[in-house]
Write a protein that binds this ligand. Sequence first.
Ligand SMILES: C[S@@+](CC[C@H](N)C(=O)[O-])C[C@H]1O[C@@H](n2cnc3c(N)ncnc32)[C@H](O)[C@@H]1O
Ligand code: SF4
Ligand code: SF4
Length: 336
Amino acid sequence: MKSVASASIALDVIRVQMGLAPLKALQTSVHLNTHCNLRCSYCFIATNPNYPTGYKESGLPLEKMKIVLKNLSGSTHNVIFTGGETFLYKGFADLLVYAREELSFDSLSAISNGMFLESKPEILNRLDHVAVSYDLMRRNQYPDILDNVLNSIIRLRRDGRIKEGQVYFNCTIAEHETIADWSGFLDLAANNGLRIFVQPVRDGFGNLDSWEPFNALVLEIRKRYGYQIFVNCKTYLGEYDHKLTKKVCHPKARMYVDVWGNLVYPCERFAGSNLGNLAVPDFPVARKWAEAEAREKFPSSKCEKCAYNCVFGNSIPYRRPIRTIITSVSAKFHER
Ligand SMILES: C[S@@+](CC[C@H](N)C(=O)[O-])C[C@H]1O[C@@H](n2cnc3c(N)ncnc32)[C@H](O)[C@@H]1O
Ligand code: SF4
Ligand code: SF4
């Protein structure tokens, strides 16, 4: 069973890299909540019209969220939960137990501000990956908190309470930042075998005017620390641009579910247009997606200035076939 699952993801990864639709999404981002204990200056929840209620949403009740996951289970290899602060979603540990025991995802991950990794092991220990956000904008705003987060990750890693590769950093980079600004953090990450996912800060509509400053910094990081520090798909490192082809964006590679449980087509940049609510039993995800694709194909001219993940590493960390197989097999062996 394990090898069949790994082969099936690896084949889909290869299909995406060839510009073909995967049979299942490599990964689906499920928005658990918008509640958060921080207020990062650049956070899109405060500025993006997709979040008309700002930080007010505590998320669907657990039983409804289970239905959302059940509906997704035949249509995505992996799930990554986002927020708000995901570790504050009430019932998260129970949701993960349900997903792991009753459904057949290859992995379950979350994006988090990292403040609850040690105090909520019942969540941490049930996640295959946690992308902990660390960036200079946040560090300037909350220096003590970010120091604590960094120290706690290093402690967890040294004590063997997180596996190699289980936690990586989500680094959001602002236009004026330089390698000198980043090097203290990057040295620490590299010296502790921790990897980074890099992305540019997007404006309130999910746009980016120019990739140039971001590409230049990514190339400098690559030169100093090598490819291995990145979780991003290495094919495009430092070469991101607004020329959209299926090779860099096949929307089905990474589906998105909004905080109300709606399946969004084609991606979160179009969160206003959804295909229906997944909190209703027996929602036909694959059929609805195929119907939407037949009506309107993406990427298209509507994607102009898109700064979303698909352009620069959609479905990380599952975009590298070899790494995907290793991740998947090790996740299966790591019974919790
Ligand atoms: C909204 S947060 C939710 C998870 C968690 N609260 C955290 O901060 O990691 C998800 C990711 O989006 C990033 N993010 C927030 N605002 C952004 C923006 N305007 N552009 C790009 N990334 C942004 C955060 O840094 C974080 O890595
Ligand atoms: S921790 Fe995450 S959700 Fe909370 S304000 Fe910061 S970016 Fe937004
Ligand atoms: S807006 Fe971006 S992520 Fe969405 S379909 Fe277009 S290129 Fe892909």
